[in-house]
Design a protein around this ligand. Structure first.
Ligand SMILES: [Fe+2]
Ligand SMILES: [Fe+2]
Length: 153
């Protein structure tokens, strides 16, 4: 049984996968708008929270943990760019569905790597007490983002 923080992150991933699929399958403007908003609300606070907790921790280590954290943070950066562009896009723009699909693919790859590589590594390095602290840092950052980002709510 994983630490509750890791369980929490895995559950978030399932929500993201589901919303990305719903967005990719959206046909009407109303559906596209609804699911892009829902995906932004699920994805953006999550990546900000992970950067402020698990990846700050893994980055402070050496070797694969450090290198892997830098790569994961760049993947978050790519998520952010695609998400911001998607939120900015006219809902009826012909590239909307293409951009939504690419975001879904980029993020799906990232979620798999976290679950297969980063989370097991983190659980091997961090103590239970450290994971408790990282969970707090994650939730604190998530709350800040929810309070300040206009497109997240
Ligand atoms: Fe992530
Ligand atoms: Fe994640």
């Amino acid at each position: 049984m994983s630490h509750p923080f890791i369980e929490h992150l895995r559950k978030d991933h399932e929500v993201q996968r589901h919303l990305a699929e719903q967005l990719s399958n959206s046909e009407t403007s109303e559906e596209k708008n609804k699911f892009r908003q829902a995906l932004a609300g699920a994805l953006y606070p999550h990546i900000e929270g992970e950067d402020a907790s698990i990846f700050t921790y893994l980055k402070s280590k050496s070797g694969k943990a450090h290198k892997g954290a830098l790569e994961a943070m760049q993947e978050h950066h790519l998520d952010r760019i695609l998400l911001w562009e998607l939120m900015d896009l006219d809902i009826d723009d012909e590239i909307f569905s293409a951009k939504a699909k690419v975001l879904a693919e980029v993020n799906a790859h990232h979620l798999d790597e976290e679950e297969e590589e980063h989370f097991p590594r983190l659980e091997g390095l961090a103590t239970h007490a450290e994971l408790d602290e990282l969970f707090q840092a994650y939730e604190q950052r998530e709350e800040e983002v929810k309070a300040h980002e206009p497109f997240v709510g």
